[in-house]
Design a protein around this ligand. Structure first.
Ligand SMILES: [Zn+2]
Ligand SMILES: [Zn+2]
Length: 205
């Protein structure tokens, strides 16, 4: 089961699989109360990647719910504030400014997603080095791999200004195409049907 929790910054998903309860992404700082109220008990907080609009409330939720935070090891240094992401262009400069205003709290400890045996984690690098997608039944939670921000419009790719490596990113799009899913739950915007994703890739490749 995948359920959307209303939050600021990005889509936050509540996942129940094999009796385990997970939160996927946390949005900007300040979402902790709302998310903890809905979830109450949690077996882990999973971050699709370490951008501040996805990890911003991870620290506080982990304290409230006393749960571990999981991510791909390539994201650890960013989540701990050791490394900083580079954003390009004017929109990148705006994002940098916004991040400095929002002041996300960095994590002290992060566990590897490889420890999560109940879930099918797919490494989909490109947007960031350790970006992951998660397959839950016929649903793929994809982080910022693709998005569909405006209702009724077509899904779009992640902006090059925020991508760590565009070649890797394109490889990950093709990799995901081989995964069996019906719906994509993106980090931003509405659910994307498989057919819409396939059409997007036909336009790209
Ligand atoms: Zn991102
Ligand atoms: Zn995002």
């Amino acid at each position: 089961m995948v359920e959307l929790i209303r939050a600021k910054g990005c889509n936050v998903y509540f996942v129940i699989i094999n009796g385990k309860r997970y939160i996927v992404d946390t949005g900007l700082p300040g979402n902790e109360k709302r998310i903890a109220e809905v979830v109450r008990e949690c077996d882990g907080i999973i971050l699709t990647h370490s951008h501040f609009d996805h990890m911003g409330s991870a620290y506080s939720i982990s304290k409230i719910l006393k749960s571990k935070v999981y991510a791909h090891p390539e994201e650890f240094e960013y989540l701990k504030g050791v490394k900083k992401h580079e954003y390009k262009g004017l929109i990148g400069a705006f994002a940098r400014f916004y991040e400095s205003v929002k002041k996300p709290k960095y994590l002290e400890e992060v566990e590897s997603v490889e420890e999560l045996k109940d879930l099918e984690i797919i490494h989909t690098p490109g947007h960031t080095a350790g970006s992951i997608s998660i397959l839950v039944d016929d649903s793929l939670i994809c982080g910022d791999l693709v998005r569909c921000s405006i209702f009724g419009s077509n899904p779009t790719l992640s902006s090059k200004n925020f991508n760590w490596n565009n070649e890797e990113y394109r490889r990950s799009l093709k990799k995901v195409l081989k995964v069996e899913f019906e719906k994509i739950y993106p980090g931003h915007g509405r659910v994307i049907r498989r057919e819409e994703f396939e059409n997007l890739l036909k336009r790209v490749f």
